[in-house]
Design a binder for this molecule. Structure first.
Ligand code: SF4
Length: 541
């Protein structure tokens, strides 16, 4: 195909093609998603659900973290054949963004209050450090925003074709081992660019991670842009920049630009990369609109050249790559020393599911045992900071009395599940309850299993729970059972890891949902019997 024709086909603004090529682009051109806030406050919350313009309901509401949730009772087999409006419930999921994952007890209490008062007590920790609530009615949104904003929280650009929540190590500035405290850069990027019309119409979502954590807990390999703390050969601390990672149906790991970024340059580099995405990103097809497709076509050298010449106006020096993560489990679960002599205590609910009452308890414990600082992680877990050494045992006991395990089994610690059919309109199968049941079964059947092992469960072919980078990745779909019936089940991906390889999708390797515990038990017993000394699951499989 001639290049000009192909470029026009991609709908890249920088090449002069501004006419919308699909409905999403048309909606964004018609009105900036950020403008819907005034209509929510002034019109929809007063006149009710039926007053909502469909282009706002299924488009611009996302710019404020609002998605209609799935109407109950529609089975997964009908997901693909029903129109959006048939799947829509009159209630919303609301995503609260927690940039860097750091909260104060008062902020967590505010989320807990909103959950209890306006969201039927629901609350899920996501693998991007957000907290999601369900059953929200449009009439409640102004009061919810007032509550959240009174403590400095927001839902702005929590969803939509925008810069989403910025991942940061929850131990930033506290962890004894970190390369650099990325907090100032995280705040600067957030304060300058989130909610800015300069970046409120991107081709699709844009995910950022920024961290100096040696556990590399922000999984830089699968973000659109990631800043990873490094020390260059002059002994200066700064960042190595990775661009173009993402999973979903075409998974790609981010590529290093090979450039060293000083802390004071980080916000400019962020804006440059986001600007490239805005201007050169592919807007014709939603399925090709993530930054990873542009990176895949350009490669890191051309990307860096365009960044430096057209966006920064200066060149960046070459810099080193980060080392390997300090631990195979890239998380912060357990009791660990801080650099100031206190301890942090990371704990694991099951697959991120909590509730308003529990969030209140956690906030109270954070205030009673620590400084009130409490964090969300990228593994659907939480961490209480600043606990004196002599109080960690009591805090652990209190948390575990609420089934928040500080010393969890591998299965509790490393199983994640996406939202699934309970609320998600794209889902084909149930995920959260299955994940919780699976953890319980595996803890009973394999009580001594203590190897690192990730099990990630998705309700559809998207990858909100990162199936391609799990040791055992489960992609929800309908499968045929032994009696020839179509039932809920999973396609199995084996041996994936962040920073390693994507899991192998073995043709025909599927399980029914009911058969899932038997399948996982079988494969793990084989692994235990056959593995070499210290051999990781991903290497064995
Ligand atoms: Fe919904 Fe699919 Fe994402 Fe799960 S993976 S939350 S089912 S879109």
């Amino acid at each position: 195909m001639p290049p000009r024709q192909r470029r026009r086909g991609e709908g890249q603004w920088a090449l002069g093609y501004r006419e919308p090529l699909n409905k999403n682009e048309e909606n964004k051109k018609n009105d900036d998603g950020l403008n819907v806030r005034d209509r929510i406050l002034g019109v929809y919350s007063k006149a009710g659900f039926d007053s909502i313009d469909p282009a706002d309901l299924r488009g611009r509401f996302r710019w404020y973290g609002l998605y209609t949730q799935r109407r109950p009772g529609i089975d997964g087999g009908r997901t693909a054949v029903l129109e959006d409006e048939e799947l829509d419930d009159r209630y919303f999921m609301l995503r609260v963004r927690i940039d860097g994952g750091r909260l104060h007890a008062d902020q967590l209490r505010a989320i807990a209050d909103v959950s209890s008062k306006y969201a039927r007590g629901t609350a899920d920790l996501t693998d991007r450090q957000n907290i999601q609530l369900h059953w929200v009615e449009i009439e409640s949104v102004p009061a919810i925003w007032e509550t959240l904003e009174s403590v400095g929280l927001s839902t702005t650009e929590a969803c939509g074709d925008t810069p989403r929540v910025i991942l940061g190590c929850p131990l930033a500035g506290i962890d004894a081992d970190e390369v650099i405290d990325a907090t100032p850069q995280l705040h600067e990027i957030h304060d300058r660019y989130i909610g800015s019309p300069d970046f409120s119409n991107l081709p699709r979502k844009f995910k950022t991670a920024l961290s100096g954590c040696t556990a590399q807990c922000t999984v830089h390999e699968i973000n659109d842009i990631a800043f990873v703390g490094v020390v260059n050969d002059q002994g200066e601390t700064g960042y190595d920049v990775w661009v173009g990672g993402g999973l979903s149906t075409n998974p790609m790991f981010a590529k290093r630009l090979g450039a060293f970024v000083r802390p004071d340059q980080a916000h400019e580099v962020w804006a440059g990369v986001a600007g490239i995405f805005r201007d050169y990103g592919y807007r014709r097809l939603r399925s090709r609109a993530r930054l990873k497709f542009l990176m895949n076509d350009w490669g890191p050298e051309r990307f860096r050249e365009v960044l430096e010449k057209e966006y920064l106006g200066y060149t960046l020096p070459d810099g080193p790559a980060p080392g390997a993560p300090r631990d195979a489990r890239r998380d912060h679960v357990g009791v660990h020393p801080q650099r100031d002599g206190n301890y942090y205590v990371g704990f694991a609910p099951r697959v991120g599911r909590v509730n308003g009452d529990l969030l209140h308890v956690i906030a109270d414990l954070a205030a009673e045992y620590g400084s009130g600082q409490v964090c969300t992680t990228t593994e659907q877990k939480m961490v209480i900071l600043d606990v004196p050494g002599e109080r960690t045992a009591d805090l652990t006991a209190e948390l575990e009395a609420h089934d928040l395990q500080v010393r969890p089994s591998t299965f509790r610690r490393q199983t994640m599940a996406c939202t699934g059919i309970e609320y998600c309109k794209l889902a084909i199968v149930e995920t959260k309850q299955r994940g919780m049941d699976l953890i319980g079964e595996l803890e009973k059947r394999l009580p001594d299993f203590d190897e690192p092992l990730t099990i990630n469960i998705n309700g559809c072919p998207n990858s909100c729970a990162r199936i391609q980078v799990a040791d055992i990745g489960l992609k929800g779909q309908l499968v045929t059972d032994a009696d020839g019936n179509q039932v809920e089940g999973y396609q199995i991906h084996l041996g994936g890891s962040v920073g390693g390889a994507f899991g192998k999708k073995v043709r025909g390797l599927k399980t029914t949902a009911d058969g899932l515990p038997d399948y996982v038990e079988r494969v793990l017993r084989r692994y235990q019997a056959q593995r070499g000394d210290g051999e990781a699951f991903a290497d064995w499989v």
